[in-house]
Design a protein around this ligand. Structure first.
Ligand code: NDP
Length: 336
């Protein structure tokens, strides 16, 4: 049997606590160390999860491990990923990969040149709902896709009412936090690339002034597909959804934009309406399993570093569009 992959957690964070410690351990990884900027919090996290080491030092965290999971606030991902690549460690990095396109492109390049696996932790491709939708679209069950609509609008749980709403430098706001997920999901479902975006951003009083806590975007995709996306932290009673409409039918997912397995998918066409069968599994476990396989040379991560660069490019263009009031082009080249 293969040796377990030895991991370091960079960031003693909510997502690591709620999802990733379990996902790494369930799929063939052991967690060797955790890094936190706060020694006490790092030590408490290590004790809570039975992790043998805790440190505040980036060089130290990279010793004696094969892979790192980076889940610090977004402005820190760049330096942490570059150091990990330089040390020859595989990188699973949270979204958005970085707060600028240039930083994210440099991260992707550094990992590729170091010959390490790099993945972006967009989890929604792992959802049974979205895999069923993608299969149905690929099988032609709605004809040729023409349009899509995503509602990624809800409220933030109390543990998330922090930097997302007030720390501009950390990549706060609904666009960098949510639109990256929606873009990755639409790329996955449609197999097409986002070309340009127009966005109206809103501050509904939850985030500090100057940061959008909601936004609506129109994205034009290649393949002559138009998409509409509603991202929000301020919507109290809305169901999330994702619809794809084609020349012969429509797919409608409800309650699907979540972290825990959930949601339904309905196919509507001339024969009526029926629910698709779903084989649900923890999204993060599925992603980690593919990451471990990629380390063994078996296939690719579910969402690569380049995929993360593309979702970031869309969110950054949307932020520009919200300022300019015009459609803004979305950068296309992987590292340009
Ligand atoms: P947290 O708010 O839990 O942590 C963010 C940062 O704050 C960390 O860098 C951590 O740094 C520090 N921190 C954590 N807890 C405390 C505390 N009690 N007091 C002071 N500082 C603290 O972040 P999230 O888990 O919400 O998000 C982390 C990353 O994961 C982001 O990039 C986010 O976009 C992404 N994310 C991805 C999701 C997905 O489904 N893919 C879902 C949620 C988040 P340190 O430990 O070094 O001090």
């Amino acid at each position: 049997m293969a040796e377990p992959t030895r991991w370091a957690l960079i960031g003693a964070t909510t997502i690591a606590r709620e999802w990733m410690v379990n996902a790494i351990r369930q799929t063939g990884g052991t967690i060797h160390t955790v890094m936190s900027s706060d020694a006490e919090r790092g030590a408490a996290f290590a004790a809570e999860f039975g992790i043998p080491h805790a440190t505040t030092d980036l060089d130290e965290v990279l010793r004696d491990v094969d892979a790192v999971y980076i889940s610090t606030t977004n402005e820190r991902h760049f330096a942490e990923c570059m150091a990990a690549a330089k040390a020859g460690k595989h990188v699973l990095c949270e979204k958005p990969l970085a707060t600028s396109y240039e930083d994210a492109a440099a991260m992707v390049k550094a990992c590729r040149e170091a010959g390490v696996v790099m993945a972006t932790n967009h989890h929604l491709r792992n959802a049974a709902t979205h895999r069923a939708m993608r299969d149905a679209i690929a099988a032609g069950r709605i004809g040729t896709p023409l349009s899509a609509r995503v509602v990624h609008a809800g409220t933030l749980p109390i543990q998330m009412l922090g930097w997302r709403l007030h720390t501009k430098g950390a990549g706060a706001g609904a666009l960098l936090d949510l639109l990256v997920h929606d873009t990755d999901l639409l790329r996955f479902l449609l197999g097409e690339e986002p070309l340009q975006v127009a966005t109206v951003a809103q501050n509904g009083g939850l985030a500090i002034e100057g940061i959008e806590d909601a936004a609506m975007s129109l994205i034009q995709f290649s393949g002559n597909i138009i998409a509409q996306v509603h991202d929000s932290f301020t919507t109290r009673a809305q169901r999330t959804s994702c619809e794809v409409h084609g020349t012969t039918g429509s797919l409608v997912a409800l309650n699907n934009m979540a972290q825990a397995p959930a949601g339904t998918v309905t196919l509507r066409d001339q024969d009526g309406e029926r629910e698709l069968r779903l084989d649900q599994e923890d999204y993060y476990v599925r992603g980690c399993r593919a990451f471990h396989a990629a380390i063994r040379g078996e296939g690719h991560p579910v969402v690569t570093g380049e995929d993360g660069l593309k979702s970031l490019a869309t969110a950054l263009a949307a932020r520009e569009a919200a300022k300019s009031g015009r459609f803004e082009p979305i950068r296309q080249s992987a590292e340009g």
